[in-house]
Design a protein around this ligand. Structure first.
Ligand code: GLU
Ligand code: ZN
Length: 294
């Protein structure tokens, strides 16, 4: 296949095992990359050791292998990237864009967005959360599946945390720095992250990096409306049902795998997916109840 400038990625958080909802996101990002001869990276978003499930990192990679995924290059780990994150934060502290916030949880209790209490105070950095100032501006982008999405950062988000009081770096910061560092051109992920995207566009603007393309796939939800894997424990993907579950993920993404594929090996299912990938068939919805899938 001709050389491609596409770089995609799958970025699991090891606070749990892969479940069907994460499989749908992995399949979408993999097929979207490989269908154009692009690269596909795996990045472990292990920013929060206290919430990490022991063994989850190895289990996630093992499951990806058993399901037939092949990634390019080494698996990068966010736990090894603290220096890069801190270098950026230091720059923003110096310019006054970032500031220390000592508000207690109690002080912020019941507030929809952070009211900017510490914006002009000069607190020491120790034992403080670090926040980034947001402008009174709307950030918008065109998602390849969901269409236009816009959010006013001042009114709907507020100054947000880039490093927690306990010293852990925030997802919003790490994801932007690492996607830029790894040269990611296309972000394909679950629609639960649609409303994180304007914050990420803003940080990309501050860093002066190129904005990637975005494609948010429907979230697979439980009958009670909860996201799979998050709000309560959904079962990890079984190792021995890879092909049928990959086929189910293809259906969730609006693709139409032929019945004969049911008996195939996982890698063959993915190969069919690469050859037939049509992102315009992905349902333009934010979520799909799991029970609706065949
Ligand atoms: N680590 C995030 C998650 O597992 C995904 C981040 C992303 O794709 O931007 O929900
Ligand atoms: Zn504060």
């Amino acid at each position: 296949m001709a050389e491609s400038h596409y770089v995609g990625r799958f970025a699991p958080t090891p606070s749990g095992y892969l479940h069907f909802g994460s499989l749908v996101a992995a399949v979408a990002s993999y097929l979207d990359a490989r269908a154009v001869g692009g690269r596909w990276l795996v990045r472990m978003e292990d920013l929060d050791p206290p919430r990490e499930v022991p063994g989850a990192q190895a289990a996630i990679l093992d499951t990806l292998e058993r399901y037939g995924f092949e990634w390019d290059g080494p698996v990068e780990r966010q736990s090894e990237r603290s220096e890069a994150y801190m270098a950026v934060i230091e720059q923003w502290l110096r310019s006054g864009l970032a500031y220390a916030c000592t508000c207690s949880r109690k002080q912020l209790d019941g507030l929809h967005i952070y009211p900017g209490t510490c914006r002009n105070a000069v607190h020491p950095l120790e034992d403080a959360a670090l926040r980034i100032r947001v402008p009174e501006l709307e950030y918008a982008f065109i998602d390849r599946v969901q269409g236009e999405f816009r959010q006013h950062l001042g009114r709907e988000v507020g100054d947000f945390i880039i490093r927690r009081r306990d010293g852990l770096y925030a997802y919003q910061l790490a994801v932007v720095i690492d996607d830029a560092w790894q040269g990611v051109t296309d972000i394909v992920r679950g629609a639960d992250l649609l409303d994180s995207t304007p914050r990420q566009l803003y940080l990309q603007e501050l860093l002066g990096v190129t904005q990637p393309r975005y494609l948010h796939v429907p979230l697979i939800i439980q009958p009670d409306g909860h996201k799979l894997g998050k709000s309560y424990r959904s079962p990890p993907l079984p190792p021995d049902h890879a092909a049928p579950l990959l086929i189910r993920a293809l259906h969730a993404l609006g693709q139409q795998p032929p019945g004969e594929l049911a008996g195939a090996m996982p890698r063959e299912v993915l190969a069919w997916g690469i050859g037939s990938w049509d992102a315009t068939r992905i349902p333009r919805v934010h979520s799909i109840p799991e029970a609706q899938l065949e």
